[in-house]
Design a protein around this ligand. Structure first.
Ligand SMILES: Nc1ncnc2c1ncn2[C@@H]1O[C@H](COP(=O)(O)OP(=O)(O)OP(=O)(O)O)[C@@H](O)[C@H]1O
Length: 265
């Protein structure tokens, strides 16, 4: 494949009234998917810009994990298009994967390795030299207030700390897009709050686009974009205030409840 053939298409989108342009980190267009003929996603379309934090809000069974499995190419999509950082996922899978970092619902660190070893392995997979991987690991861990943990075995970290290491790993290769599938499952309230706060800050400071899947309404910040998924369809997409107003609700919790006909509870 020639370099030109894999060059990302220039996809930009207008940002606000200032007419600034930000690159599109993720574009999903008319995506549908079925398990054994049973539709699970139906004509899902949305795009995320660099630095945008979007909460993919959906009750259990809405299709969030299936959507993540398609974006990460664990499943192949037959209908619709997915572009990551301007690269078509099917035609330029390697380049598209280089533009995404993923934190899966189930933790995927090796508990018997140190933080440094876990991150070094990921760095090597992305073609970094050991020195480069060390430099970036230390930078990301510092941003996540995990400096000093490099030599610790993952087994000795708390659940919240492990999640932060997974986020550092997901950002090590400096992707444009970070996907997190219900990353706070199993964490106590304080660790959940800290994680939500950390990732919002990373998104602002590093300009990475974040797609954060959850069914927990208290993980939504007032300035977030919310994409509500219900029975495999997007039933609302916009800023929190917009979604609340369009659902004729008083809060995002009430809006989520209305939009999902009570399944959010
Ligand atoms: N491998 C599979 N085979 C068949 N059906 C599946 C499979 N995985 C998921 N489903 C079904 O697809 C629908 C969407 O599931 P999915 O896990 O994507 O939803 P979700 O929003 O991530 O839910 P949760 O929050 O419970 O993880 C559900 O009805 C689920 O039972």
């Amino acid at each position: 494949m020639s370099r030109d053939a894999a060059a990302p298409s220039v996809v930009t989108e207008e940002v606000g009234a200032g007419q600034q342009h930000a690159p599109v980190a993720l574009s999903v267009h008319d995506l549908s998917f079925s398990y054994s003929g049973q539709p699970v996603l139906e004509s899902v379309s949305f795009a995320l810009k660099a630095g945008e934090f979007a909460v993919l809000l959906g009750p259990n069974g809405a299709g969030k994990t299936t959507l993540f499995s398609l974006i990460t190419r664990l499943y192949d999509h037959r209908q619709g298009e997915i572009q990551v950082g301007g690269y078509d996922l099917r035609r330029h899978s390697v380049q598209a994967h280089a533009q995404m970092g993923v934190v899966f619902q189930q933790p995927t660190l090796d508990l018997d390795l140190t933080v440094k070893q876990n991150l070094a392995y990921h760095g090597a997979l992305h073609g970094m030299t050991p020195a480069e991987a060390r430099r970036r690991a230390s930078q990301q861990l510092t941003r996540l207030e995990m400096q000093g943990s490099l030599r610790l075995r993952v087994r000795h970290l708390s659940g919240g700390q492990r999640r932060r290491v997974e986020i550092a790993r997901g950002l090590l290769h400096e992707p444009r897009l970070l996907l997190l599938d219900e990353p706070t499952v199993g964490l106590d309230i304080a660790s959940r709050r800290a994680l939500v706060e950390h990732v919002h800050r990373l998104s602002r400071e590093q300009g990475v686009a974040v797609l954060w899947a959850t069914h927990l309404i208290d993980e939504v910040y007032p300035e977030d974009r919310v994409i509500v998924l219900h029975h495999g369809r997007i039933c609302a997409d916009g800023g929190v205030a917009d979604v609340v107003a369009r659902a004729r609700a008083d809060s995002i919790g009430e809006a989520f409840d209305r939009l999902t006909e009570g399944e959010a509870q």
